[in-house]
Write a protein that binds this ligand. Structure first.
Ligand code: UDP
Length: 439
């Protein structure tokens, strides 16, 4: 930041610079945070790659452009969210660098740092214990689980224990990725240390023991698009809204919603098993099949699959997930347990069928199934395949499980209460805003 000192002294306006990691799981949640902060009258600049900015503009319907976000992007009237080009650093007294925990400040600007962590509290808490876990011989320096008889590991007496192959860096058969994730995990602890504020897209009551292990953390979640009848905040992938009309025609509490996030891939054999499992479940289903969901070839559905369904299955490339989960026709969510999907599903009170793929998804699954008891696990067979029979069996079991349904509604209510006046996330956010304003 350059500028003349006297103008710094005259203007006491905080200005937040939000820089997301440029991926689908990161840009939309940071946009939600940007809007939430801007609603409190604080100036926010959202930095996007040109590539992603163009995608967001392209996915927003006409109605949304007139609404607020895009207008704000253009720096119009309220001057809340402005384009980076509009930043006038000489007028900024307090520049607060905000990221999602995967970046450290790339600037030499004199700034304060805020990090929003888009991962569950245990995932963040464990980053403070990596050395202890290596020293205890539980993993090697590259994160690989060492052979041992007792497979449960506790990082504190109060927190839920870990399975040694379910740490954030677990990525079976991909040692390079495992090593990178271990490094990211260790870096998270350092990021927390240098941050002035640490926000988490979580709810304190969901996991208070792990929240208590992370210094400075303020859980402010769930971060949701504020209006379910409106547009989601800036998807990088165009949403197919025809699935909402299709949901309107289904019976209440009948549909299996299947979505494995933005990066999960399946091999062709697994893809076909999933298709046949959904078919044999007898339930209507809405299935997000991204063009790159199958990792080795063009996606091939089993012979005659689409013809046989006769309207019972709806397949889209990308759905408006929050709106789908809020729809009364949805019975359950077959999910890879990414943290965004987890917070969205639990906020809507939808029971989960869990199918984690890598990283923090294993631990999220454990909390869903064993701590909050709002879902069931899909267990692969001895060849690592989740079979059609397993899918059919677990769908039936989940749909008839009243205990899980009732727990899901309790968690939904907890999430709702956390966001309204007096709730923990509400209070944490107010606290953060007032600290920023008085900085
Ligand atoms: N999502 C969506 N439409 C889809 C599938 C996913 O909008 O059809 C969104 C979902 O709402 C979530 C994000 O994509 O916010 C996925 O993030 P998550 O952390 O669950 O998984 P990741 O993609 O990072 O693995």
């Amino acid at each position: 930041v350059q500028g003349n000192k006297s103008s710094f002294e005259m203007v006491r306006e905080p200005h937040l610079l939000l820089i997301p990691y440029p991926a689908q799981g990161h840009v939309p949640p940071l946009l939600k945070l940007a809007s939430k902060i801007a609603e409190h009258g604080i100036k926010v600049t959202f930095v996007n790659t040109e590539f992603n900015a163009a995608k967001i503009m392209a996915t927003m319907p006409e109605k949304a452009e007139k609404g607020g976000l895009i207008r704000s992007f253009e720096g119009a009237d309220q001057g809340r969210l402005t384009n980076l080009m509009n930043v006038s650093p000489s007028l900024v007294l307090l520049l607060i660098f905000v990221s999602d925990g995967l970046w450290n400040s790339p600037t030499k600007w004199e700034s304060r740092e805020l990090h929003l962590f888009l991962m569950a509290p245990p995932t963040l808490a464990v980053s403070f214990h990596v050395k202890k876990i290596i020293d205890a011989g539980i993993i090697d320096n590259d994160g690989y689980a060492m052979p041992m008889t007792d497979e449960w590991i506790s990082i504190s007496e109060e927190t839920h224990p870990w399975k040694r192959n379910e740490f954030n860096w677990s990525c079976p058969e991909e040692p390079m990725i495992q090593k990178i994730f271990l490094e990211i995990t260790c870096a998270a602890a350092e990021t927390v240390r240098i941050s002035n504020w640490v926000l988490s897209n979580s709810i304190y009551e969901l996991d208070s023991p792990n929240c208590d292990l992370v210094p400075k953390v303020l859980p402010i979640g769930p971060l949701l698009a504020s209006n379910h009848s409106g547009n989601s905040a800036g998807s990088l992938i165009p949403e197919d809204s025809s699935c909402l009309r299709w949901l309107d025609k289904q019976a209440v509490g009948s549909v299996i919603y299947v979505a494995l996030g933005s990066t999960t891939t399946l091999n062709q054999q697994q893809f076909e098993e999933l298709a046949l499992g959904l078919e044999s479940s007898g339930q209507p289903f809405l299935w997000v099949v991204r063009s790159n969901l199958v990792n080795e070839s063009l996606t091939r559905f089993p012979n005659g699959f689409k013809e046989k369904l006769a309207g019972r299955g709806k397949i889209v490339e990308w759905a408006a997930q929050e709106k789908v989960l809020a729809h009364s026709s949805v019975a359950c969510f077959l999910s890879h347990c990414g943290w965004n999907s987890t917070t969205e599903g639990l906020s809507m009170g939808v029971p989960f069928l869990c199918w984690p793929y890598f990283a923090d998804q294993y631990q999220n699954r454990r909390f869903i199934c064993e701590v909050w008891k709002i879902g069931l696990d899909l267990t692969p067979d001895e060849n690592g395949i989740v079979t059609r029979h397993e899918i059919q069996r677990k769908v039936r079991k989940l749909i008839s499980d009243d205990g899980i349904k009732s727990n899901s509604l309790k968690i939904k209510e907890m999430a709702r209460k956390s966001l309204v006046e007096g709730g923990s996330s509400f209070k944490n956010f107010e606290r953060f805003i007032s600290q920023v304003k008085s900085s």
